[in-house]
Design a protein around this ligand. Structure first.
Ligand SMILES: Cc1cc2nc3c(=O)[nH]c(=O)nc-3n(C[C@H](O)[C@H](O)[C@H](O)COP(=O)(O)OP(=O)(O)OC[C@H]3O[C@@H](n4cnc5c(N)ncnc54)[C@H](O)[C@@H]3O)c2cc1C
Ligand code: FES
Length: 280
């Protein structure tokens, strides 16, 4: 973070990848202009940043890259409105402000030595990609037991990070289950919603922590399965996407009761969330 928390680091847009058939999700690769800024932007998977374009404002996005991927940061952005449309219309070379890293990361200390169960759906898979790349890195892999990933999209064309999915499915140290609601002729993987595949896969909960990120409907039907498998509120982690403005606990835009999602979250255990009003 800069000394002034409202000041972004200037970054150059160095790569743009269209992620899905609808062409409304792109991954943007950003490079810091100054080496000291890259150093100051020390993040862990689960955190987010505010991206800015002069004249088009600022918006929060989960960091999709892992700190083990040096030299750049990645953000996967769905085109929905003013800022995201302008970012989607951008070409390589454009300057983009990056303010952060913001918020709390996944609880890496508590996850150390545990099996990891990563459950994701839709375009909320961004920070989960960061977590998986981080945990699979050769320096970190020994810190975790088994790694099970259940990731779902509506159709094969809506799956993000196809090259990562291919690389992970070729590895023996991760159990990857990719599922779609509706397959096509070429699709050979699971067909069915994420909670159903999670139930079928039935990863052991006794020495595991689960990270669950996805659209509200997926979360709603996944949590009862998580309970049934034996995960507790302490060992289940969610990431929230409440509306935000400042990202640093000043404007009050994102609060749930007394807590600010931008500072106290966006990552919470279910135990932490159970103490808050149901405003998320
Ligand atoms: C912690 C956090 C992490 C996020 N990570 C990602 C990410 O990795 N990738 C990604 O694509 N998006 C992410 N979002 C959502 C993203 O911030 C919004 O899509 C973005 O602010 C929209 O800006 P806009 O100017 O294009 O849209 P606007 O012009 O402001 O709004 C266009 C439409 O989008 C809706 N909208 C605006 N903000 C949000 C929001 N926060 N949630 C849901 N709907 C919204 C508006 O109601 C409106 O219908 C994240 C949000 C948070 C809080
Ligand atoms: S976004 Fe301003 S307080 Fe959280």
């Amino acid at each position: 973070m800069t000394a002034n928390p409202y000041l972004p680091f200037p970054c150059r847009l160095d790569g743009i990848e269209v992620e899905n058939e609808e062409r409304d999700i792109k991954t943007f690769k950003l490079a810091f202009l100054e080496a000291e800024h890259a150093k100051a932007f020390a993040y862990m998977p689960g955190q987010f940043a505010e991206l800015s374009l002069p004249g088009f404002g600022e918006a929060p996005f989960g960091i999709a890259s892992s700190p083990t991927e040096a030299g750049f940061v990645l953000f996967s952005v769905k085109r929905v409105g003013v800022f995201t449309s302008e970012l989607h219309a951008s070409e390589c070379g454009r300057l983009v402000g990056v303010r952060g890293p913001l918020g709390k990361a996944f609880p890496w200390e508590a996850m150390q030595g545990k099996d990891l169960v990563v459950v994701g759906g839709g375009f909320a898979f961004t920070t989960l990609r960061s977590a998986i790349v981080y945990a699979l890195d050769e320096k970190n892999r020994k810190d975790f037991g088994t790694i099970t990933v259940i990731y779902g999209a509506r159709t094969p064309g809506e799956l993000l990070y196809r090259s990562d999915l291919d690389a992970w499915s070729a590895r023996k140290d991760i159990e990857l289950h990719v599922t779609v609601d509706r397959g096509d002729e070429a699709w050979k993987g699971h067909v069915g919603v994420v909670p159903k595949i999670l139930e079928q896969t039935a990863p052991k909960a006794d020495r595991a922590m689960a990270i669950v990120c996805g659209p509200p409907i997926m979360i709603k039907y996944t949590l009862p399965v998580i309970d049934k498998l034996g995960f507790s509120p302490k060992t289940t982690v969610l990431s929230l996407e409440n509306r935000m403005k400042c990202g640093i606990g000043k404007c009050g835009r994102c609060n749930i009761g007394p807590r600010f999602v931008c500072v106290d979250g966006p990552v919470f255990t279910r135990e932490e969330l159970s103490a808050l009003p149901q405003e998320y």
